[in-house]
Design a binder for this molecule. Structure first.
Ligand code: TRP
Length: 336
């Protein structure tokens, strides 16, 4: 029996290269190695977008289309939507009983987001219990492995503590809930878990305005490529550059042909090529790299109801598992 991995993403916007290399390539690799469960976390989106939820449903469907066009296969992994599994909400309720408020107050991401995000009201209870909801997502499907980036580790650790407390309180020697573990992308995996810089060198992010979206048209890509930072010390063509600190080059490496990449490194170091042609080639390489995906994505867009079908089929596979877990919880808690 394969081990079960599970991960989810909030449908709050279009996917960019940071998601593509940081998460999606890893999800693709895992769908064959594991019993993989991938879900769209629309309730998690609601914790921060509750005043403005209009786009969540659309982004949910777009996320499904992006996933499938990128190569996730609904026959080989389970793709579903969080809110189609109401048992998750019931499990959250039990978790809310055993979770001390101080554990949630201490979560680093909670404090950070509260401080950093000023255009949204995050002082609601729903956002406060975000990590407990995330734990319910994982535990309801009895997943033992959660592929996450390092920034999510505190959430997984907190989740393990919640499960332990639940089991200690109610288990009394019976089969308790499964304690999840983080599955960090191996550094040797090609591209998996890669941190992708945006045009300004900071982590690629929609809110920094430095992102290339995987749905960007060739012309948008060409325009954005021109805005990428290169080695700032290289003012003129005759200045030798350092490709290791060239932001453009870091992203080009992910999509370019390895021999061509080496050539760009050499000519940058010995000042025999300019950054503008490098940007142009990067743009063309990225356009080629994304072409198959984008063609498939357009094709799926023309199939009305396709995303809904994928989500319904996924929910049909996920719900029996969720129902079995929740039955067990009710009996562990002593309500059934
Ligand atoms: N917190 C994750 C994010 O913001 C989304 C998420 C919700 C998740 N539930 C999860 C990830 C369960 C892994 C497992 O992207």
């Amino acid at each position: 029996m394969k081990e079960r991995v599970l991960t989810g993403y909030r449908p709050t916007g279009k996917l960019h290269l940071g998601h593509w290399f940081g998460n999606l390539q890893n999800m693709l690799a895992l769908q064959d190695q594991y019993d993989a469960f991938y879900f769209v976390a629309d309730w998690h989106a609601l914790t921060s977008e509750w005043q403005n939820p209009a786009d969540i449903a659309r982004y949910t469907e777009e996320m499904v289309l992006d996933w499938v066009a990128a190569g996730l296969d609904p026959e080989r992994c389970v793709i579903y939507r969080q809110s189609d599994i109401p048992e998750v909400a019931e499990l959250l309720l039990y978790f809310n009983m055993v979770t001390p408020m101080s554990w949630l107050e201490r979560t680093p991401s909670y404090k950070e987001q509260q401080q950093q995000i000023s255009d949204k009201d995050l002082s609601n209870v729903g956002f406060f219990t975000y990590p407990a909801l995330q734990t319910a997502d994982i535990v309801i499907m009895e997943a033992n492995l959660v592929p996450v980036g390092e920034d999510q580790l505190p959430h997984i650790e907190l989740g393990r503590e919640i499960v332990r407390r639940f089991n200690n309180t109610y288990d009394a020697g019976k089969r308790g809930l499964v304690e999840p573990k983080a599955l960090l992308a191996k550094s040797g995996d090609k591209d998996a878990g890669a941190r992708v810089p945006g045009s300004d060198g900071r982590k690629m992010s929609k809110s920094y305005g430095n992102a290339i979206f995987i749905s960007d048209s060739p012309d948008e890509i060409r325009k954005k490529a021109m805005g990428f930072m290169t080695d700032p010390a290289r003012m003129q063509l005759s200045d030798p550059g350092d490709p290791d600190i060239c932001v453009l080059h870091q992203v080009h490496k992910l999509v370019g042909d390895p021999t061509a990449i080496e050539t760009w490194e050499e000519c940058c170091r010995n000042a025999s090529c300019g950054c503008v042609p490098h940007k142009k080639e990067f743009a063309e390489d990225l356009i080629t790299y994304l072409a198959d995906f984008q063609a498939k994505r357009v094709e799926l867009d023309q199939r009305p109801g396709f995303a809904r079908e994928v989500l319904e089929a996924g929910a049909a596979k996920a719900r029996p598992i969720a129902q079995a877990t929740i039955e067990r919880c009710r009996s562990l808690v002593g309500l059934a």
